[in-house]
Design a protein around this ligand. Structure first.
Ligand code: ATP
Length: 235
């Protein structure tokens, strides 16, 4: 479904991605782990069109999307839940969801998807009139995910969904991610600091270090790797 081939991304002189090769197959959950500054967020931003790769190819279902705008990429069935959630604090929960559907014309589909979001996250329904900025961190993460689902994505990019959340919310968020994959067949590329959680739930994983992939394989194998155990799992 998604393929990155020898992707290089720069911020000015900073060479953030140094030849990334990565694939995500339809129906997979793929985890991308790595330390601070490894390039995880940049990888997601490069895929969703927020930054342009300097060279290499990003393909979605065989089509090169490297030159497209984030808007055009979203219309091809990809949605990105950014790091730090970026919900609109001055808008209500419901308005945040409506904004997520800004590329969707069909009013009936929008109403249905808001309802589906509320079914996934009943707490959002209870708080639908509340301003986004007054939600707890975990509720904001729920809202960010529900908002990303408003375009009915086939591929969902999730950047650090567990960041700053209490263990209870981390469970809720990961349960939902698994459910989306199992019940809707949503393909997921997940960036996580919580490597144990990510590797427990993913089918395959990539380990990123200073802009390069240093290890990849089935998530269970990556989890058993002694270097991964030492560096990312605190063993
Ligand atoms: P973290 O978990 O800390 O967010 P990360 O693995 O997501 O780390 P990136 O945010 O992708 O890493 O950063 C990769 C490299 O690019 C780092 O060296 C970072 O300092 C640099 N970088 C990221 N964003 C920018 C930017 N907007 N301008 C310049 N350099 C940047």
């Amino acid at each position: 479904m998604l393929e990155l081939q020898d992707v290089h991304t720069f911020y000015g002189h900073i060479h953030a991605l140094k030849g990334i090769n990565l694939t995500v197959g339809q129906g997979e959950i793929v985890a991308l782990i790595g330390g601070n500054g490894a390039g995880k967020t940049t990888t997601l931003r490069t895929i969703s069109g927020m930054v342009k790769p300097r060279s290499g190819a990003v393909r979605l279902n065989g089509r090169d999307i490297g030159g497209l705008t984030p808007h055009a990429i979203m219309q091809l069935g990809m949605s990105h839940v950014p790091e730090g959630r970026r919900i609109f604090p001055q808008l209500s929960v419901r308005e945040n969801l409506e904004i997520g559907a800004y590329t969707v014309r069909d009013r009936k589909a929008i109403a249905e998807r808001i309802q589906q979001g509320f079914e996934l996250f009943p707490r959002l329904e209870e708080r639908q009139k509340q301003l986004g900025g007054t939600l707890s961190g975990g509720e904001q993460q729920m809202l960010a995910i529900a908002r990303a689902l408003m375009v009915d994505p086939k591929l969902l990019l999730l950047d650090e969904p567990s960041m700053g959340l209490s263990p209870k919310f981390v469970e809720v968020i990961f349960d939902i991610v698994e459910r989306l994959n199992r019940e809707r067949g949503t393909t997921i590329l997940l960036v996580e600091q919580n490597a144990l959680m990510a590797l427990s739930m993913a089918h395959r994983a990539y380990v990123l270090q200073t802009g390069s992939i240093v290890l990849t394989g089935p998530a269970a194998e990556v989890k058993d790797n002694s270097e991964v155990q030492k560096v990312y799992l605190g063993a």
